[in-house]
Every structure is written in structure tokens, then in C-alpha cells.
Design a protein around this ligand. Sequence first.
Ligand code: HEM
Length: 184
Amino acid sequence: MQLRDNGLRFSPVTIVLHWVVAILLFSIIGLGIAIAQTGDDVRKLEWIHVQNLLGLFVLLVSTYRFWARVTSYHPLPLGTPNPVEVIASRSVAAALALAMVLLPLAAWLSRCAAGEIVGLPGGWVIPAPFGPSAQAHRVFAFLFNLGATAFLGGLALHIFGALKNHLVLKNDALKRMLGKHVEL
Ligand code: HEM
């Protein structure tokens, strides 16, 4: 099995991890909305623990993925896009991969600095590297909010690019990311 991307195609590992991270991310966002809306404190805590676990998976998978992204060739683009578009879309993709490492870390550090226990399902706890600190909390919360806002903007661009390729340019860029073998 091809383990790493090359100039001709994404590896199956890249494709599976891309969609695993996307599903985890949308689950975390969905849980966040549910947590904000429920009035049941016990359920809220259970969902926060599940959210923390999904965030931990995102961090672990994305650490590998970012390393793989920056140390492998990126498959050639499909069609004849102009070079600026190629550079922009690849930079956004790499930034998204990096954000999926940095945002879970910032969320964890921000909660530790706020003195919160970062719990997981089954009574497990992710240990805090330092004690509560109002100043550190302000810094990490600011970095998280800034990063999350930039990330959502980048993700919107990324999805827009994928849909434009699929619906307007009618090439196989999205199908290639869904595993279709495309000859270049
Ligand atoms: C509905 C959501 C998404 C769609 C439709 C989508 C679509 C795509 C497509 C079509 C490509 C291939 C681009 C090419 O041919 O060069 C791609 C690559 C990529 N996407 Fe997404 N994507 C989505 C969500 C995400 C999310 C949430 C992330 C966040 C990490 C992400 C990060 C990346 C990265 C880093 C690449 C480059 C290949 C890799 O290393 O995985 N995408 N995406």
C-alpha cells in the first residue's frame, strides 16, 4: 500500500485521515452547540468529556498528518489552475492541518489555566502542566479565539475551493480526495 503522498496521488492514509479529521471536527462543533443549549448539567459534563476525547484524537491524528503533509510531495493539481490559486489553496490546506494541532493544544492549556479539570469519559483526566493563572488563561483564550476564527475562515475557503472544482470546473479534485484513481 502507498503510505506517503507523491506527485501523482494522495496515499490512502492521507485520504482516510483527511475525512476522519473532518468528521471529528464537525462532531466537536456539533457537540459544542448541544452543550451550549442543554440545561441538564450532568449531560453537559458527559458531552464535555466526549468533546475532550475527540479533541485528543484530533491532536494525535493531526500531529502525524501535519508532519506527513510538510514532508511529502503534494499531488499535481487537476486541470490548469493558475499558480497563485495553487499556492493559495496548498497554503490554506497546510495551515488547516497545523491549526488542527495548535487549536486543541490552546483549548487544553486555556482550560488548565482557568483551573478546570480536563476530564475524559470513564473518569480519566488529562493532567494539567501548570496550576490556575488568570493571566495565562487570558493569553491562551485569546490565542484560541484568534486561531479558531482564522481557521473557520480558511475552512470556508477550502470548502468553497472544493465545491468550485466539483460543481463549476467539473474536475475530479473532490473525487480524488474521496479515493478515486485519477490519471495525471
Ligand atoms: C467538507 C469538508 C471538506 C472538504 C469538501 C474538503 C475537500 C478537500 C479536497 C478536495 C482536497 C484535495 C485538494 C487537492 O486536490 O489538492 C483536500 C485536501 C486537504 N484538506 Fe480538505 N476538505 C474538507 C475539510 C477539511 C478539514 C476540516 C481540514 C482540516 C484539517 C482539511 C484539510 C485538508 C488538507 C491538509 C488537505 C491536503 C491533503 C492532506 O494533507 O490531507 N480539509 N480537501
